[in-house]
Design a protein around this ligand. Structure first.
Ligand SMILES: Cc1cc2nc3c(=O)[nH]c(=O)nc-3n(C[C@H](O)[C@H](O)[C@H](O)COP(=O)(O)OP(=O)(O)OC[C@H]3O[C@@H](n4cnc5c(N)ncnc54)[C@H](O)[C@@H]3O)c2cc1C
Length: 434
């Protein structure tokens, strides 16, 4: 058993009876302290189980993180509380005394190319293209077929194809040729909220009181007859069950070795998924607003290999948040922070003028593609692999449970979906063994 003391962020709350089937040091070990892992931990704690959460990073929150290094907070990962009507973070925000504000939606971005405004006609064509896209996806669904978003876009003419590309890269973080249309069409809808105090800060609040070991990556999971053994550089932990919440990218990179190997169904599920590359560049200015009001956001549609949105002055802060995705995001991430910030500032200046460079104070690149504990922004179903999320969500040998945004069905790619999955799996373990 590994030492608990060194990196625990909270006193371990052990106790409660062991599962009949388990022979380990713990009833359950949860791998990963992101939204799913924390949610699983909370359920286990409320049930009085012996468990611990192990986390590879030196912080909790995973793909949520509120960055304050520019002197003003911004979310480097998740920022929007999607489908708030069924998102558990609405209630959790209230519990933690954090405010949520309405978000005006995604259709207002003013488009620019070559530094020129493209006007309302362009926006109207885009709106119609989006409607056509989803009606074509519905037809596919009725026929029980799948296609890539790009294939559907190609059937909609040049304008349609570009609209679909922009939608895929900016909302899903991936190029449309790699995205299953049926999966994209099955994602939950609802209203969005934003978090002035930071979504990352909110998610991290959920760690309070949970037993969490930081700087403790799992490197292996061995399934034995009556327990599982989780290998870490700090020793091996035995438990009745393991909940694996690491990102799909980490599973695909085989950072955790499973023994015996995972069943074919789980391997196929992992192969049916990939990771997108939603990437942000955040620019801080000295108070100059260039005559642009908060919320007068714009999108530069010719930002290298794709489009980049610029969200203006979020929460009335002197920040501009640039977002791109797919190959444009990977390309930006590969250039490194200084170069990426320069490219985003150039694109911003192409719209507001060269004074942007004089009033610029500093910038940050927030990218996840090269992050060794994520390997991308969030999971994408490959065209034709529509059952992959559900298949990954099925337990292995009754002891190894995968949970996270990748298994979240209509809630995939989101913090809310990951949280619901963490709860679902923890409850399934409890109900199966009590
Ligand atoms: C740029 C960006 C923007 C986004 N925008 C939104 C948004 O606006 N709204 C929204 O709802 N979602 C958004 N998302 C997606 C959202 O952040 C994720 O869906 C969600 O945070 C995933 O939670 P999780 O618990 O499944 O995974 P994670 O948060 O990734 O948690 C998994 C944890 O496992 C840890 N780990 C990895 N390897 C190991 C190991 N070997 N051993 C132990 N621990 C390990 C990781 O460090 C991590 O802490 C965004 C993501 C990105 C990157």
């Amino acid at each position: 058993m590994i030492a608990l003391a060194a990196a625990a962020v909270a006193a371990p709350a052990l106790g409660g009876r062991a599962f009949a089937a388990g022979e380990g040091d713990y009833d359950v070990v949860v791998i990963g302290a992101g939204a799913a892992g924390l949610a699983a931990g909370r359920v286990l704690q409320e049930a009085g189980k012996r468990f611990t959460i192990i986390e590879a990073r030196d912080r909790v929150g995973g793909r949520t993180r509120t960055d304050r290094s520019l002197g003003l907070p911004f979310d480097a990962g998740a920022a929007f509380v999607h489908f708030v009507e069924r998102n558990p973070w609405r209630e959790l925000a209230e519990h933690h005394g954090m405010e949520l504000l309405p978000w005006k939606g995604w259709s207002h971005f003013r488009p620019y190319a070559g530094g020129m405004a493209l006007g309302d006609g362009y926006l109207e064509r885009r709106r119609r293209a989006r409607e056509t896209l989803w009606s074509l996806v519905e037809v596919l669904d009725r026929q029980g077929e799948d296609a890539s978003l790009a294939a559907i876009g190609a059937s909609m003419g040049e304008d349609g194809a570009t609209s679909v590309r922009d939608l895929a890269m900016l909302s899903l973080g991936e190029n449309p040729e790699r995205v299953s249309a049926l999966d994209a069409g099955s994602l939950w809808e609802g209203s969005d909220r934003i978090v002035p105090g930071g979504y990352g800060t909110l998610v991290a609040s959920e760690a309070a009181g949970l037993p969490i070991l930081l700087d403790c990556p799992a490197t292996g999971v061995a399934v034995k007859q009556r327990h599982v053994e989780i290998a870490t550089p700090r020793g091996t932990i035995k438990a009745g069950h393991v909940v694996v919440t690491v990102p799909l990218g980490v599973l695909a990179a085989e950072k955790i070795r499973f023994a015996p190997g995972l069943p074919v169904e789980t391997i196929r599920a992992i192969e049916g998924l990939s990771m997108g590359a939603l990437t942000k560049v955040v620019l801080r200015f000295d108070g100059e607003r260039f005559g642009i009001a908060q919320g007068d956001d714009f999108v530069v549609i010719d930002f290298g290999a794709g489009p980049m949105t610029f969200e203006m002055w979020p929460f009335d802060r002197d920040l501009v948040i640039g977002t791109t995705g797919g190959d444009a995001g990977r390309d930006l991430g590969a250039r490194g922070e200084a170069e990426a910030v320069r490219a985003a500032l150039d694109a911003f200046a192409s719209v507001v003028g060269a004074t942007a460079k004089q009033r610029f104070v500093g910038g940050r690149l927030a990218e996840w593609w090269h992050d060794p504990h994520a390997h991308g922004s969030y999971s994408i179903v490959r065209p034709g692999a529509t059952g992959a999320r559900a298949a990954l969500g099925r337990p292995v040998a009754g002891r190894v449970w995968f949970a996270g945004e990748a298994t979240a069905g209509g809630g995939a790619m989101t913090v809310g979906g990951a949280t619901l999955e963490g709860r679902r799996v923890a409850k399934a373990i409890l109900s199966g063994t009590q």
